[in-house]
Design a protein around this ligand. Sequence first.
Ligand SMILES: *Cc1c(COP(=O)(O)O)cnc(C)c1O
Length: 368
Amino acid sequence: MNVPFLELKPTYDELRAEVDAAYRRVMDSGWYIFGPEITAFEGEYAASVGVHHAIAVANGLEALQLVLMAARVGPGDEVIVPSHTYIATWLAVTHVGATIVPCEPDERTWNIDPKRVASLISPRTRCILPVHLYGQTADVAALRALADPRDILVLEDAAQSQGATAHGIASGALGHAAGVSFYPSKNLGAFGDAGAVTTSDPALADRVRTLRNYGSRERYHHEMPGLNSRLSELQCAFLRAKLPRLSTWNARRRALAAIYRERLAAVPDLVLPEIAPWADPVWHLFVVRTSRREALRAFLAARGIATQIHYPIPPHRSGAYASLGWKPGAFPLAERLAEEVLSLPIGPHHREDQIHAVCDAVRAFYGV
Ligand SMILES: *Cc1c(COP(=O)(O)O)cnc(C)c1O
């Protein structure tokens, strides 16, 4: 059976009437940037996360960068980031001139390990930037217990976790502020690039709002050196059409993840992530670890099952950070994960029989 890794077209098929109406509404309005759609989307998204402010921006990387700029994190400041993450988390930090302090993951959840974070805090630490990787929230409560008494900010990379909760609180509302991506393949995706910052801090929100538009509140008055990170009316209108479906789509992902978890739990050599008792993940990706990754991948591909690797090269080993001089072995857990992780197909429009077919094939590979 053919199982694609993820298909985006079914989200349009499911919402064709709403999306087409959104398109016509914006096109007919004659107003394409900073109009009623962005204002409405920001209100609706903030309400869905449970924060006072959402600021829509051009993409997830700039959302993170703008949060750091707004918090005045810059040269001389240290930011603790996961060693195992997508490179955007690191790029946001280095783009503002701050120093990366990588922290190895918890070996059970693969998210940043608060116990290791504790040993990395220095007088220069300005912020901790956890990532809710693969859709499971990092342990922000433990991070805040370390950070809050020291006036260190906890800023979330919530790009993979729209709708995920910890202790019933949504990702994006767990730290002082968060950056989120609406890249098309994320749990809530636009039809193009898009992102947002969420926070309940009014001063921080105001600075992000100003910084995303050339540092300007009033036309041609530039109070600070900002970016052009505006989000178009069209993308905001599309996101408004999709946002009401997010919880249904996440529920479908959870149902499919439950099949994987049940059927792959006892397969030898296959390691599944542990889910913290307080976490309710949204399964942006379904990732397993195996020492026989390439053979398993090829076996699945021969049966029409598409897989991906998130991510094959840890940021400290990528060309972008060659100048920082981290040697192989500098972050062994991240390096080991990069060698062993395999993402199996999951998405709101996969059928249960497709996921069972993947489980059958994985079990056949291991002969169980
Ligand atoms: C997708 C992603 C980003 C960046 O989002 P873009 O919209 O592609 O800029 C940042 N962090 C993580 C963990 C991501 O998965």
